[in-house]
Design a protein around this ligand. Structure first.
Ligand code: SF4
Length: 95
């Protein structure tokens, strides 16, 4: 088992300064990301707990990879901080 396989998501965030509301992240991980009615914006659901994060490990990684402006930030419990430009995202999907 690799270190990546043991990694857990601690936190997910969206850089609202660069998010352009493409909604691709919502398509990948609807339990984590949602469009805001009447606004050109995407937010995290309010009730995301640790179980939801771990259950959505791969969807969140896929969302970060497909975000065209790398607005999604992922913090892992091993100290890694990743965004859409992080090559490690692809490796995590293969663990
Ligand atoms: S895919 Fe990226 S730019 Fe599009 S809504 Fe999600 S965070 Fe924002």
């Amino acid at each position: 088992m690799t270190a990546s396989r043991l990694a857990r998501i601690l936190r997910v965030s969206i850089d609202q300064d660069v998010c352009c509301a493409h909604y691709l992240c919502q398509g990948e991980a609807p339990e984590i990301f949602h469009a805001v009615n009447g606004q050109w914006a995407v937010r995290l659901h309010d009730d995301i707990d640790d179980q939801a994060l771990q259950r959505n490990f791969r969807p969140v990684i896929r969302a970060a990879r497909c975000c065209p402006v790398s607005a999604i930030r992922i913090e892992l419990d091993d100290g890694r901080r990743l965004d859409g430009d992080s090559l490690e995202l692809g490796l995590l999907l293969n663990t």
